[in-house]
Design a protein around this ligand. Structure first.
Ligand SMILES: NC(=O)c1ccc[n+]([C@@H]2O[C@H](COP(=O)([O-])OP(=O)(O)OC[C@H]3O[C@@H](n4cnc5c(N)ncnc54)[C@H](OP(=O)(O)O)[C@@H]3O)[C@@H](O)[C@H]2O)c1
Length: 306
C-alpha cells in the first residue's frame, strides 16, 4: 500500500530516540525516518482490507509518503470527530491521560489531582477526565494564555503559571491546601521532588513524561531526594507506557468521543504546514511555544462526509 500523509505529529518522547540510548523505543539510526503518528489517504493498494481513498492513521513518521503492508494502520471510518483527533486527544497523548489515570493512578471520585505541562494534550486531557470524576484539579503551565484556557475552557479549579509565579512551592501548597492524591507528571524529577512533600497518605505519582529532562545528559538529570515520604505517606510512583493498554484503546476512545460530543472534553491543536517545518515544530515543544497537540499539515485534508 502507498499512503499519502496529510497530517503528521511531533512528540516530546521522540527526543529519547534521538539521544543514542535505547529506552522502550529503539534509538534512531542515521538515515531512518523520525517516528510520529500520521493520517493519510491510501493512494495505491494491493491489500484486501484497504481501498484507494481510505483514510488511515498510522505511524509513518516525518514523511509525506508511506509504504505499508497494512500492519499498524487503522482505517478511520468514524466521522464524529475531525481526523486529527485520532492522533491527538484520541491518539497516544489522550490515551496516555486515560490510562495514566485509570491503570496507574487508579483515580477515585472527588480526589485531588495536580497535573504538570497541563496545557499539553496529555495534561489537559488528564485534568478534564479527572474533573468528570468530581476531582479537584490544579494545572501547572508556562503561560497566562495556557492557564486561562485551562481554567475557562477546560474547567480546571486552579492554575499556576510556573514561569511567573515566583514561589512555586507556595503556590502548589495554596492551590492544593488539603494535599494531593495524584500527581500526573509530564515534566520530570525536579517537579516530582518538589511535589512529594505535598502528597497525601496513599498518594500516587504517575510518571508520564520528563519533558524538562529529555534534553539533559544522563549525568545532569536531577535526582529525587524526598524519598522518606514514600514510607511515611505510603506513596506509590509508577511509570506508564501507554502501548501496554493497547487492547483497551477502543473502549477508551469510545468513552472520550462521548465526552467530546457532549462538550465535556476540550482539546487544542497547534498546526503549521509543510514537512520542512517539522524540526521547528518539534523544537517548539521544548521552548513552550507549542500550545496543544503539535501537528504539521502535510497535504490537503479530504472532506469528511457524515
Ligand atoms: N508514557 C507514555 O506512554 C507517554 C505517551 C505519550 C506522551 N508521554 C509524555 O507526556 C508528556 C506530555 O506530552 P504531550 O504530547 O501532551 O506534550 P506537551 O505537554 O504539549 O509538551 C510540550 C510542552 O511541555 C512543556 N515544557 C517544555 N519544556 C519544559 C520544561 N523545561 N519544564 C516544564 N515544562 C516544559 C511546555 O509547556 P509549558 O509552556 O507549560 O512549559 C511545552 O509546550 C511528555 O513528557 C511526553 O513524553 C508519555
Amino acid at each position: 500500500m502507498l499512503v499519502r500523509n496529510f497530517i503528521g505529529s511531533v512528540d516530546p518522547g521522540m527526543r529519547s530516540i534521538l539521544s543514542g540510548v535505547d529506552s522502550y523505543a529503539q534509538v534512531l539510526k542515521p538515515g531512518s525516518i523520525i517516528s510520529g503518528a500520521t493520517i493519510g489517504v491510501v493512494e495505491d493498494s494491493h491489500h484486501p482490507k484497504f481501498a484507494i481513498g481510505d483514510v488511515v492513521s498510522g505511524g509513518f513518521g516525518w514523511t509525506e509518503l508511506g509504504v505499508s503492508d497494512g500492519r499498524g494502520l487503522l482505517k478511520l471510518t468514524d466521522r464524529r470527530v475531525p481526523y486529527s483527533c485520532h492522533i491527538g486527544v484520541l491518539g497516544v497523548p489522550g490515551l496516555t491521560a486515560f490510562f495514566g489515570l485509570e491503570r496507574i493512578a487508579q483515580l477515585k471520585d472527588n480526589e485531588t489531582l495536580l497535573v504538570t505541562s497541563a496545557a499539553g494534550t496529555v495534561g489537559a486531557t488528564a485534568g478534564q477526565l479527572a474533573k468528570l470524576r468530581g476531582c479537584h484539579v490544579t494545572g501547572i503551565a508556562g503561560s497566562d494564555d495556557k492557564c486561562s484556557w485551562l481554567k475557562n475552557v477546560c474547567g480546571f479549579d486552579e492554575v499556576i503559571n510556573y514561569k511567573t509565579v515566583g514561589d512555586l512551592d507556595m503556590a502548589i501548597a495554596e492551590a492544593c491546601s488539603g494535599g494531593i492524591d495524584v500527581l500526573f507528571d509530564n515534566v520530570g524529577n525536579t517537579m516530582i521532588d518538589r511535589v512529594i512533600p505535598r502528597m497525601k497518605v496513599g498518594g500516587r505519582i504517575v510518571v508520564s513524561g520528563q519533558v524538562a529532562d529529555y534534553n539533559k545528559a544522563p549525568e545532569d538529570v536531577p535526582g529525587i531526594h524526598n524519598t522518606s515520604a514514600f514510607i511515611t505517606h505510603r506513596l506509590r510512583m509508577e511509570g506508564l507506557v501507554v502501548y501496554d493498554d493497547f487492547r483497551d484503546f477502543s473502549r477508551a476512545k469510545e468513552e472520550m468521543i462521548g465526552h467530546i460530543m457532549k462538550g465535556d472534553l476540550h482539546y487544542r491543536e497547534h498546526v503549521t504546514e509543510g514537512v520542512a517545518n517539522m524540526p521547528e515544530a518539534f523544537i517548539s515543544l521544548f521552548t513552550g511555544e507549542s500550545f496543544g497537540r503539535r501537528l504539521v499539515q502535510l497535504g490537503d485534508i479530504p472532506e469528511q462526509r457524515q
